[in-house]
Design a binder for this molecule. Structure first.
Ligand code: BG6
Length: 475
């Protein structure tokens, strides 16, 4: 098996990180509109309401709202086959609970999708990528309340109908898996996913478990709804997965690693196997957490299995073990791997981990996989003659694509696309910085929101164009 002729080479972006125009088109306030800029080691502040003096990067993004034509033209020049983008829920239902959607919001996304199709770029649309109307959090308490599932489904229906016939690939959620009662969470991750700060949660374990359950259920219901509206669609869910390695071959540590990896998989189990896993319910019970699975829910899990798995891959980690508290912490808990280098933001770089993860996941479920995010956040230097020599980025991507090739060609994993995060520089989700850059296209903007916003091609632009042209043969 080689990369298929119609392999989806491309990239992923998210509305709150690129659109800006946060007050235009009758958009409501979304959860990320209340988060300030931070830095590595300096957490973003999460506000309850807007404060005049603070800098909120989502308010300007990279102005994709006004510049999408220019940006899509650049992606088309690179030969992109697919672009994954998200719909900002608060553009469609500003408060989340209106009876009628905001037509201006719908029109914006219809225009973006039309523009992509004009160039033959396949839109892959994420319905929830950290973009919830603030009102649903303050009035209903976010995903802990099942009422929010109904509002989410109304939003999904609106978009499935509005883009019917033009969008083949849908994603119900981005990275709902970073919420789990097993681990201490950081404020920013629970906030991005559910608009709630971990430190302020009252009954932490119960709330996180309920949110995880409700979001899983919501995804299944959305899949069923989407298929009913357009049976031609392929509907998946995206997970941010870190393979977790054991520190050594002590069986206790191997078991620990297995358990910690499960954290990212229990929702995939639910969505692929058609039932919420009983081992998770048992784990909850043993911690005094109550999750009631009704007969109606059981039916929803059976009816709403996903068509593909989206995999965001950046790093791997090493499982915590007895006495391991001295180690340096990895991205989602666990320890840094001493065999691997890390990015300037502490994310370990592990290309082989991608092959391992693709194999692990494919053998577990046997359904198609798409790599929906992979990339290196790095500081780029703009030279005097406006060039960016980003060999480090090409090096990172080359090594990962080489492992992806092995997974497809040697291991026979059915992977139908590779999307980089992010093809154009945009606001970092965890830090809010612009200086944590991922793109093939540089955006002239600094962490304070200053700059011309000019788009400049980096060296990696021509390189990735060649990768696509040769269907991954010429790295
Ligand atoms: C993923 C998210 O977890 O990581 C993206 O889906 C995010 O939204 C990406 O941007 C990279 O993280 P960061 O913090 O470097 O932007």
């Amino acid at each position: 098996m080689r990369f298929k002729d119609n392999f989806l080479w491309g990239g992923s972006i998210a509305a709150h990180q690129c659109e800006g125009a946060y007050e235009e088109g009758q958009k409501g306030l979304g959860i990320m509109d209340l988060v300030t800029v931070g830095a590595y080691g300096k957490p973003r502040e999460i506000h309850k309401q807007l404060s005049g003096s603070a800098h909120y990067p989502s308010h300007h993004g990279i102005d994709f709202y006004h510049r999408y034509k220019e940006d899509i033209a650049l992606l088309a020049e690179m030969g992109f086959k697919a672009l994954r983008l998200s719909i900002d829920w608060s553009r469609i239902y500003p408060k989340g609970e209106e009876n009628l959607p905001n037509q201006e919001g719908i029109l914006f996304y219809q225009k973006v999708v039309d523009e992509l199709k004009r160039y033959g770029i396949e839109p892959i649309v994420t319905l929830y990528h950290f973009e919830m109307p603030v009102h649903l959090v303050s009035k209903y308490g976010s995903w802990a309340n099942r009422k929010v599932i109904d509002y989410y489904l109304t939003f999904c229906r609106t978009m499935f109908e509005a883009l019917k016939g033009n969008v083949r690939y849908w994603v119900t959620f981005n990275e709902m898996n970073h919420i789990d009662p097993q681990t201490e969470a950081s404020d920013i991750f629970t906030y991005m996913i559910a608009g709630l700060k971990y430190s302020e949660l009252e009954n932490k374990k119960q709330t996180l478990a309920t949110i995880g359950y409700n979001m899983t259920l919501a995804s299944c219901l959305a899949v069923k709804l989407g298929h009913a509206i357009d049976p031609q669609t392929q509907i998946g869910c995206v997970f941010g997965i870190e393979p977790v390695y054991p520190i050594d071959c002590n069986p206790i540590n191997v078991m620990n690693a297995f358990k910690q990896m499960d954290r990212d998989f229990y929702q995939i189990d639910a969505m692929c196997n058609g039932q919420f896993p009983s081992y998770k319910i048992q784990e909850y019970k043993s911690q005094g957490i109550k999750i009631a699975v009704s007969e109606e829910d059981r039916q929803a899990f059976r009816d709403g299995t996903i068509d593909f798995i989206g995999m965001n891959y950046y790093a791997s980690s090493v499982a915590e073990y007895e006495g391991s508290e001295e180690g340096k912490s990895a991205l989602f808990g666990g320890l840094q791997n001493p065999y691997l280098e890390a990015s300037k933001w502490g994310w370990t770089i592990d290309p082989v981990g991608l092959r391992y993860l693709l194999n692990y996941t494919y053998r577990k479920y046997g359904i198609p996989i798409i790599v929906t995010e992979n990339g290196l956040g790095a500081v780029d230097q703009l030279t005097e003659n406006r060039k960016i020599h980003d060999e480090y980025r090409m090096d990172y991507l080359k090594k990962h694509i080489a492992q992806l090739k092995k997974a497809v060609e040697m291991d026979q994993v059915d992977c139908f696309g590779y999307l980089t995060w992010a093809p154009i520089d945009l606001v970092s989700a965890t830090t809010g910085q612009m200086s944590k850059r991922y793109g093939f296209i540089y955006v002239d903007l600094n962490d304070h929101g200053e700059g011309s916003m000019d788009r400049i091609k980096k060296d990696s632009f021509e390189w990735f164009k060649r990768v696509i042209e040769t269907n991954g043969e010429n790295l």
